[in-house]
Design a protein around this ligand. Structure first.
Ligand SMILES: [Mn+2]
Length: 432
């Protein structure tokens, strides 16, 4: 007899992987732990007839010759399989995507670090040209989406995304899938937000409003970043920090968000050993008392110098510029030669406009290329000073819908910062 099993509190990746093995080995018996996570339970209650499963009590373990384990590599995470652990004649197959090696040892394994175990199984299913029903495709898609946070977790690989595309081709139903995926903001998150709002501490530091709350969550809760975002919005403060302690483990998860340039959350979180970018970040602290964590954060905000990285660090200079009487032809050459998409236009060293590639669309006849740049340039000049932060530059670009900001100091253009400069800065700041 051949059985397939997975970890306790089976999630969609676990159930999907069990069912995928069943497609590869139709005579194998799927054995699920009694405890499965609530969404999987809801899914199974509707799909019971399609996905027939058993518990370890339904099978005579002494008859088992082959054991296929999916989505875990640890004996202690299986239910009712202890007797098999010591059987030397047992043939074990392992399919898993966890980076930390466990104690289920077998030469027959497919273990790779990838977004979801089901992706590894789909590789085999595709190779063997097995046919999937839309319902199977839907379950497998749920496995990928749940384990990769809808393909957003850093652990997601290109192969996970290709596998998702393959399942959509096989008619996976997105309406069904999304109704079973855990909503980012559920009952638990609502309760935490409500408690945080009730005892939110509201402070004013260096002209900015800041709210900070501590709450003991006693375990792992997902989507806390969503809770903090709502918390900041509801309290309408410049920056918000949540300290989520776990008394049993003696840990504190700190998550922050900021809309103020002068409060760089990423910088603060890096000081605490975490990471992030100026607008959002988090840190995990061990053996810290929430009260000390709070004091520490407030100290960091107090002493937080203006943004650590300033526009002067990311701007380009010297500035390539055009003069108002230059012809459009000359400017076109200049842009091509310097590889820029736009330049400031000066008159007597004073900034009077901006000309960009887009402005060339206004030209209808070739003769117009002889016209001076001042006829086509944009006179809407949005500038920034060198001491401001990249966040501020990004905000201005979005607000005024411009792709470049001349950097002005004492009425002189000393540099230029473009959309791609600010984007590069933010991409560098993303945590691994
Ligand atoms: Mn998994």
């Amino acid at each position: 007899m051949k059985i397939i099993t997975t970890h306790r509190n089976a999630d969609f990746d676990a159930l999907a992987s069990v069912m995928a093995v069943k497609i590869l080995f139709p005579d194998a018996i799927p054995v699920l732990p009694k405890q499965v996570n609530p969404n999987v339970k809801a899914f199974l209650s509707i799909h019971k007839d399609v996905f027939n499963t058993y518990t370890f009590k339904d099978v005579d373990l002494t008859q088992v010759e082959q054991l296929v384990v999916v989505d875990t590599n640890k004996w202690e995470r299986l239910e009712g399989m202890a007797d098999l652990k010591t059987r030397s004649d047992l043939d074990i197959q392992l399919w898993d995507h966890h980076p930390i090696r466990g104690n289920i040892t077998t030469p027959w394994k497919v273990c790779e670090i990838i977004g979801a175990t089901i992706t590894l199984l789909l590789r085999r299913i595709k190779h063997e040209r097995k046919i999937l029903t839309p319902i199977q495709a839907t379950l497998f898609l749920l496995g990928i989406y749940e384990d990769t946070g809808n393909l957003t977790f850093p652990s997601t690989t290109a192969e996970d995304a290709y596998a998702a595309a393959y399942l959509l081709e096989r008619k996976a139903d997105l309406t069904v899938a999304s109704s079973f995926l855990r909503p980012a903001y559920g009952e638990k998150q609502k309760e935490i937000l409500f408690n945080m709002l009730q005892d939110a501490e509201r402070l004013r530091i260096k002209g900015h409003t800041i709210s900070i709350s501590h709450i003991d969550i006693g375990g792992h809760v997902e989507s806390l970043a969503v809770v903090i975002r709502m918390y900041r919005e509801i309290l309408n403060v410049d920056a918000a920090v949540g300290i989520f302690s776990n008394k049993q483990k003696n840990t504190c998860m700190v998550i922050g968000r900021s809309h103020a340039d002068e409060i760089d959350i990423g910088l603060i979180m890096r000081s605490l050993g975490g990471g992030g970018h100026p607008g959002a970040g988090s840190a995990m602290l061990k053996n810290s008392h929430p009260k000390d964590v709070r004091d520490n954060i407030l100290n960091l905000i107090q002493g937080n110098q203006p943004a650590s990285v300033q526009i002067s660090d990311i701007m380009s200079f010297p500035v390539v510029s055009a003069q108002t009487n230059d012809t459009m032809e000359e400017v076109a050459l200049l842009l091509r030669e310097k590889g820029c998409t736009g330049v400031p236009v000066l008159e007597n060293n004073e900034l009077v406009g901006i000309i960009s590639r887009r402005d060339f669309r206004k030209i209808k006849k070739t003769s117009q290329m002889k016209s001076p740049v001042k006829a086509y340039m944009s006179r809407k000049i949005i500038t920034i000073s060198p001491g401001k932060s990249p966040t501020k530059a990004a905000q201005k670009m979005v607000k005024y819908d411009v792709g470049r900001l001349p950097v002005v100091e004492n009425d002189r253009v000393i540099g230029i910062v473009t959309r791609s400069d600010t984007m590069l800065y933010f991409y560098d700041q993303l945590p691994d």
